[in-house]
Design a protein around this ligand. Structure first.
Ligand code: UDP
Ligand code: MG
Length: 314
């Protein structure tokens, strides 16, 4: 067990959700790398309400190694919350969030640490090859980053996940952000600090399956956009002005036409089309507003981001 007052150089933070098969291979590959860094370290597992034997597996490892710690959340709160718990409890001078499925190669930690020692506060691990992802996933991801970055004030780097090194300064800055709905990639970027990039090739999962399917990813993207941009709300103002402008000119045209050519009745089809079109546009506008109001509602409850069931090791 890690002593209360011990401050390691590195804290490795690993959110785990149903990862019973990957814990042991993960430790087998990361521990030798951490030894090589010549830094003192701790590895914190956050069990995010796994329903398999993940917790037992972690506990059996923790029992034999005093550099390992475990935080057990009371249910599945999602990766962002698990990561937040890890950052809150990490004691290291630098923190490295990493997935346990070995998709983030542990060897890269050597490069992350050497850049940190050069003086960078943020060292991003960038995937240069996404061939381990499906075409649909890499395409939608790329579209999301482009859209997100074009409408939000921050730049979330493309092809960069949560795998990175952040210094204590950055961790403390992140802890100042009180929001409940935590889009960590955005939060990491929002706090700033001097950063650099190291590149790697993303491997397929060591075992098990991804927890992020299409619908979850869509909601994740919505969280990202609504957390860091109000453009989707404001766009309706401009769309409204545009539609009113068009309606005004079209109305004027009809009046002039009626004065000159008299009244004619045709126009039922175009009327119905326009009523339906504007009905649809208004509903979309309302829907977007609903997205934000829903998030405001959740946020206003000030619920904690996660609940810890027990953390006997801390
Ligand atoms: N994860 C988590 N809680 C969740 C979903 C995932 O802690 O609700 C963890 C998971 O155990 C893994 C990491 O987040 O360590 C990344 O998950 P995954 O590999 O499923 O995502 P992908 O790599 O496919 O984006
Ligand atoms: Mg993965």
């Amino acid at each position: 067990m890690v002593a209360q007052d011990f401050t390691p150089d590195l804290s490795v933070v690993c959110p785990c959700y149903n990862e019973e098969e990957t814990i042991t291979p993960f430790l087998e590959s990361i521990l030798p790398v951490l030894e090589q860094t010549a830094c003192s370290f701790e590895v914190i597992f956050i069990n995010d309400g796994s329903s398999d034997k993940t917790l037992e597996k972690i506990r059996s490892e923790v029992a034999y190694d005093k550099t390992l710690r475990v935080i057990n959340l009371s249910r599945n709160f999602g990766k962002e919350a698990a990561l937040t718990a890890g950052l809150d409890f990490a004691k290291g001078k630098a923190v490295i969030p990493i997935d346990v499925d070995l998709q983030d190669p542990p060897e890269l930690i050597l490069q992350l640490v050497s850049k940190w020692k050069e003086g960078f506060d943020v060292v991003l691990a960038k995937r240069v090859d996404r061939s381990s992802d499906t075409l649909a996933k890499s395409l939608t991801a790329s579209l999301f980053y482009k859209f997100h970055n074009s409408i939000s004030g921050i730049e979330v780097p493309e092809n960069v996940g949560d795998f990175r090194l952040i210094s204590r300064k950055v961790v403390e800055a992140i802890k100042l952000l009180p929001e409940n709905q935590r889009f960590m990639k955005g939060i990491f970027s929002w706090v700033g600090f001097n950063s650099t990039v190291v590149e790697y090739t993303r491997q397929p999962r060591a075992a098990g399956e991804t927890h992020f399917n299409g619908w979850k990813l869509w909601n994740f993207a919505m969280d990202g956009i609504t957390s860091f941009s109000t453009v989707p709300l404001r766009v309706w103002l401009y769309l409204g002005v545009l539609c009113s402008g068009i309606a005004f000119f079209y109305g004027s045209f009809i009046i002039v036409k009626t004065i000159i050519f008299g009244v004619d009745l045709p126009g039922y089809a175009s009327l119905v089309t326009m009523v339906l079109f504007f009905g649809g546009v208004q509903l979309i506008g309302l829907g977007v507003m609903g997205e934000y109001i829903g998030r405001l509602y959740i946020e206003s409850k000030r619920r904690p981001v996660y609940i810890i069931e027990n953390n006997d090791e801390i």
